[in-house]
Design a protein around this ligand. Structure first.
Ligand code: G4P
Ligand code: NA
Ligand code: NA
Length: 194
């Protein structure tokens, strides 16, 4: 998606440790006009799939998922991250290992909001190592719902998540795939570009 790639080049900041900061339009301040274009693009890509639910994970996936959901006219469910073992009630749960934060946490979704008959699109802001998305896919499978695919705003193609999930047969649609980035020069190369 050219508009998004241009915006990343213009306002993204490359930090040490292969981190791309996009706080001015995606992760902290949010550009809702851009989110609307993102929503239209996911709708275009998944228009034939009869999606009836969007699933994301707190925190930074929620804002994007809500705008995207307006184009599908479906509800958004977000998986909650929990640090405690105090799992209350009837929930699907799975463990997610965060490399970036060096810890394991549980995610949970109430059974009431996901189940057989649902056709689910996963939405998230970033795809890096893919553990969060893998956890969401596991929750969908556990629920008996159908996983249609995943819509990702920015994939870091030099990290293994996206390629592994595709190899597992999950349809992953990323609007911008960063193939490489250089902290010193500030240059970013996207997959598919020369
Ligand atoms: P992953 O396996 O799920 O891909 O996650 P990973 O541990 O690699 O990354 C941990 C968190 O950092 C995730 O957010 C992920 O979205 C985010 N992230 C990974 N790489 C980048 C990056 O280059 N730039 C930015 N801005 N974020 C990145 P989280 O902490 O799980 O969720 P949230 O609370 O921030 O939503
Ligand atoms: Na996220
Ligand atoms: Na994040």
């Amino acid at each position: 998606m050219q508009l998004l790639k241009d915006r990343i080049r213009k306002d993204g900041k490359i930090k040490s440790g292969d981190v791309l900061k996009v706080d001015s339009f995606l992760n902290h301040q949010m550009d809702i006009k851009l989110f609307e274009e993102i929503g239209k693009e996911f709708k275009r890509r998944f228009s034939d799939d009869s999606i009836n639910k969007i699933l994301t994970i707190e925190a930074s996936g929620i804002g994007i998922a809500c705008i995207v959901a307006q184009y599908f006219d479906v509800p958004v469910v977000f998986a909650k991250k929990s640090k405690t073992k105090n799992i209350a009630g009837d929930v699907y749960t799975t463990k997610v290992e965060s490399f970036t934060h060096g810890k394991v946490y549980d995610i949970m979704v109430a059974k009431e909001f996901l189940g057989a008959g649902d056709k689910v699109l996963l939405i998230d802001d970033f795809l890096a190592n893919g553990k969060a998305l893998e956890g969401l896919a596991a929750v969908v499978k556990d629920s008996g719902a159908e996983l249609v695919g995943a819509g990702i705003v920015i994939e870091k193609g030099f990290q293994p998540g996206g390629d592994r999930l595709r190899a597992d047969g999950i349809r992953v649609e990323s609007l911008a795939i960063v193939e490489s980035m250089d902290e010193k020069t500030g240059s970013i190369r996207f997959r598919g570009d020369e």
